[in-house]
Design a protein around this ligand. Structure first.
Ligand code: ADP
Length: 191
């Protein structure tokens, strides 16, 4: 089973991905984690994207498409994967559809977590408070977060109608408690 998780920063994609990993043995592919690892390592890619990620802007589509295409065809994804953080633009979504169809890989469900914008700010403020200073994400500061939410609205939200048209979109109320959200997702997957 292959799943795409969509939703704004702070919607709970990471938390739900963890549940899905333990329930279904899926492999989580988080592009944000991959980029942060590259930055930490100081690789060429890391150096190229650091300022973009820290400022809350999107890394160019060609870089992201290359990154995910290489990753998704590795053997550890054969048992199913969860895409978390990709696609983030309509071009990424369209290219993903093409690449996967060439490789005869199918997306089974696109799950969108729907959360009120006002509560996202609170959630990420709390995440920053609960995280030790040295582990805090650069892009979780107040101004950058507001910018990330705008970027989501402008560049990522238009993906929802794209998947709706493909008949893959399932919207879940992300304002519920994490285990209730998880239950709703499991119900969708069982359909
Ligand atoms: P969140 O969902 O909390 O915003 P992520 O960890 O998914 O955070 O992403 C962090 C940052 O990494 C984004 O703000 C962006 O700069 C970069 N990034 C991650 N995935 C993509 C993508 N698919 N396309 C472009 N940039 C991306």
């Amino acid at each position: 089973m292959n799943i795409i998780l969509l939703g704004p920063p702070g919607a709970g994609k990471g938390t739900q991905a963890k549940y899905l990993i333990s329930a279904f043995g899926l492999k989580q592919l988080s592009t944000g984690d991959m980029l942060r690892a590259a930055i930490e390592e100081g690789s060429d890619l890391g150096k190229q994207v650091q300022l973009i990620v820290d400022s809350g802007n999107l890394v160019p589509d060609n870089i992201m498409i290359e990154m995910i295409t290489t990753r998704i065809t590795r053997t550890d994804c054969k048992g199913g994967f969860i895409l978390d953080g990709f696609p983030r633009t309509v071009l990424q979504a369209e290219t993903l559809t093409e690449v996967l169809s060439q490789k005869k890989i199918k997306i089974d469900h696109v799950i969108a977590l729907d959360v009120k914008l006002s509560s996202l700010l609170d959630r990420i403020r709390n995440r920053a408070l609960e995280t030790a200073q040295e582990q805090r994400r650069q892009d979780d500061d107040e101004e950058t977060l507001k910018h990330r939410l705008n970027v989501y609205k402008e560049q990522t939200e238009p993906i929802l109608p794209y998947y709706e048209k493909l008949g893959l979109l399932k919207t879940i109320d992300g304002m519920l408690a994490p285990d209730e959200v998880s239950k709703e997702i499991n119900d969708v997957l069982a359909e």
